[in-house]
Ligand binder design. Structure first.
Ligand code: ADP
Ligand code: TRP
Length: 331
């Protein structure tokens, strides 16, 4: 039997190239080899997105984004988290096996508390129970579908480890393999895609290249990247150039070494380096952008695809919940 790969993306904003290289592309690579189950984590997004129009639009964008990037819904089970009610039953089942101390140690929660303390406020200000219990819902997403591997960026590894701990606690208590214990899969070369300012690309830092930005916006964003004051003649070191690091993600090996040689030889200014970057980025993104726009133009089509995915997903989910109930004596 093929192994199972599962991952989810939260519809909290516009997809960017960090999401693409760190999550979507490696997940689609894995789908060639594994039975893949990919979904839109809409209830995770509810913790922060409280405007219904915004959430609805974000969900559609993430759905169209996955499909435009090449997800084949005949091959991958593709669905919305909210369409699988078993997720929420398993969450309750897992709660009884999740130490509160484990949640206290979750990075996202700890960072939020730390920021509150630094502002001299109430440590729990603005923190809802959805954020506090976020890792349990994520563990349910993963465990529900008997996942073997979970392709994620580095920042999500701790959550996958928590899912392992929780599944192991259940199995240890009932002395058997009630739930499958998952593994994280991080693609090291792209584990952190740098943003326009050199920090990790993230919507929280406002330093992203949106995956489906119109060509003009894309060009403007790249041309506005900050560089040092080296003159055109001066040789430049590709390894420390933000522009080159992004170029590497989009260019083939021949192009990478040719551009690195031009950097080192001198005679190429930052403006020209940016033009080269724009060329390769646009080459990869423009066909996806067109597919994305035509998918978004027909929301009923997206709903149909996600509905079919949910139909395929639910029997798998129901079997896991039944297995737990039986082991627990709630059958
Ligand atoms: P953001 O940091 O912009 O809020 P999310 O937390 O919504 O992004 O991330 C969604 C997925 O994309 C996760 O699997 C995450 O690890 C991955 N990801 C986000 N930003 C990057 C990045 N800069 N490099 C690699 N992967 C990333
Ligand atoms: N927490 C993930 C993120 O912020 C999204 C997510 C929710 C997820 N459930 C998941 C990822 C299950 C992998 C598996 O990016």
């Amino acid at each position: 039997m093929k192994k199972i790969s599962l991952t989810g993306i939260k519809p909290t904003g516009t997809l960017h190239i960090g999401n693409y290289f760190g999550a979507i592309k490696p997940a689609l690579e894995l789908a060639k080899e594994y039975d893949a189950r990919y979904f839109i984590a809409d209830y995770h997004a509810l913790n922060t997105v409280k405007d219904p129009e915004e959430l609805r639009a974000n969900i559609r964008e993430v759905a169209a984004g996955w499909l435009a990037a090449g997800l084949d819904p005949e091959q991958v089970i593709f669905y919305r988290q909210s369409s699988i009610p078993e997720t929420f039953e398993l969450t309750t089942q897992l709660m009884a096996f999740t130490a509160k101390g484990l949640m206290n140690r979750a990075h996202a929660y700890k960072t939020a508390v730390q920021e509150n303390i630094e502002k001299n406020g109430d440590p729990d200000a603005g923190i809802n129970m959805g954020l506090f219990t976020y890792p349990v819902l994520m563990a349910a997403d993963i465990i529900l579908f008997d996942s073997d591997v979970v392709p994620v960026g580095k920042d999500q590894v701790q959550h996958v480890e928590m899912a392992q701990d929780i599944a192991q606690a259940v199995n240890a208590n009932y002395k058997g393999q009630v739930l499958k214990v998952p593994q994280a899969a991080v693609v090291e070369s792209v584990a952190v895609v740098p943003g326009l300012d050199g920090r990790k690309m993230s919507k929280s830092y406002n330093n992203t290249i949106p995956l489906f930005a119109p060509e003009k916006t894309l060009r403007k964003l790249i041309m506005r990247m900050v560089t040092n004051s080296q003159t055109v003649e001066e040789p430049k070191e590709p390894g420390t150039s933000q522009i080159y690091l992004l170029y590497k993600l989009f260019a083939n090996e021949g192009e990478q070494s040719a551009l690195a040689a031009r950097y080192r030889a001198g005679g190429m200014g930052w403006g020209e380096a940016k033009e080269e970057l724009f060329r390769v980025v646009n080459r990869e993104l423009s066909p996806m952008r067109e597919r994305f726009q035509s998918l978004l133009a027909e929301p009923a089509g997206l709903d149909r695809i996600l509905g079919r995915g949910a139909e395929k997903a639910r029997p798998i989910a129901a079997a896991t919940v039944r297995r737990f109930r039986k082991a627990a004596g709630i059958d």
